[in-house]
Design a binder for this molecule. Structure first.
Ligand code: BTN
Length: 235
C-alpha cells in the first residue's frame, strides 16, 4: 500500500488540506498523508466550514499524483467501505449513516501540475452535542472512542487503496450499491426532479415528471432536501 507514507501529524493546523496543498506544490510524493488532531479553519465543499472537536475526528489529507477520473466517487466508496455495510453515499461524496452525514470529502487539485489533495473528515468519536448546534440534526458519528481514530485511519487507507484501484465499471457499481438518493426528490438552484443514479462519468442523473432527464455535475450543484423526504443536505 502506498497511501499514508510519509505522514505528517499536527496537533493543530488551520486545514490539513491547506498544509497538504503546500506540500504537494513543493513536491511531496504520491501517498503523503497529513493528519491533525484539530483544525482552526477546516473547510468543506462549496465554501462551507468543517467543524470537529479536537481529538475526536479523523481529519486527513492525502497527496495524490496522477489524475483519477472518478476520484471523488472512489474516495466516497473507500470511506463507506471502511465504515461498514450500513454506510450510504449522497451524491457526489457525502457519506451517511441513517441519513445523517458522518464523513465529508473535499478534493482539490492542480491538474496542470499533476496532483490532487484528497481531504477527508470522519466523525469517528465525535459526540454530537460537541458539534455546533446547527449540525445536531444532520450529523452522525461512528460512536467510537478517541483511541479508535488511529485504527480507523489504518482501515480507511486500505479501503481507499482498494477503491482507487478498481476499474471504472466496478467502482461505479460499488458507488451505486450505496446510493442514498436514488428515487428521492431533490432540488437545486435551477430545478427539481427525482434522482435516478449516476452516469458513467459520475454525474447525477435526474428524471423530471414530464419524462425528460438531465445530468448534474458535482462542481456546479448544491442539492437541497425536498419536502423533507430526502436525506439532509451537507452542512
Ligand atoms: C464536505 O463535506 O463539505 C467536505 C468536508 C471535508 C473536511 C475535511 S477535514 C480534513 C480536510 N481538511 C479540510 O479543511 N477539509 C477536509
Amino acid at each position: 500500500m502506498t497511501l499514508g507514507r510519509p505522514r505528517l501529524h499536527l496537533r493543530e493546523t488551520a486545514s490539513t488540506n491547506d498544509r497538504a496543498r503546500e506540500l504537494a506544490a513543493a513536491g511531496a510524493p504520491h501517498g503523503m498523508l497529513v493528519t491533525a488532531a484539530a483544525q482552526s479553519a477546516g473547510r468543506g465543499r462549496q465554501g462551507r466550514s468543517w467543524s470537529a472537536p479536537p481529538g475526536h475526528a479523523l481529519l486527513m489529507s492525502l497527496v495524490l499524483r496522477g489524475v483519477h477520473p472518478l476520484l471523488p466517487l472512489a474516495a466516497a466508496v473507500g470511506v463507506a467501505e471502511a465504515i461498514g455495510a450500513d454506510a450510504r453515499i449522497k451524491w457526489p461524496n457525502d457519506v451517511l449513516l441513517s441519513g445523517r452525514k458522518v464523513a465529508g470529502i473535499l478534493a482539490e487539485g492542480r491538474p496542470q501540475e499533476g496532483w490532487v489533495v484528497l481531504g477527508i473528515g470522519v466523525n469517528v468519536a465525535v459526540r454530537l452535542e460537541d458539534l455546533p448546534p446547527e449540525l445536531h440534526a444532520t450529523a452522525a458519528t461512528l460512536g467510537r472512542s478517541p483511541a479508535g481514530v488511529e485504527p480507523f485511519l489504518e482501515s480507511l487507507l486500505g479501503a481507499l487503496d482498494g477503491a482507487l484501484a478498481l476499474p471504472s465499471p466496478e467502482l461505479l457499481d460499488a458507488w451505486r450499491a450505496r446510493d442514498a438518493l436514488r428515487g428521492r426528490a431533490i432540488s437545486w438552484a435551477a430545478g427539481s426532479g427525482t434522482a435516478d443514479g449516476i452516469d458513467g462519468e459520475g454525474r447525477l442523473v435526474v428524471a423530471f415528471l414530464d419524462g425528460g432527464r438531465t445530468t448534474l455535475d458535482a462542481g456546479e450543484v448544491h442539492l437541497r432536501p425536498d419536502r423533507g423526504d430526502s436525506p439532509p443536505s451537507p452542512v
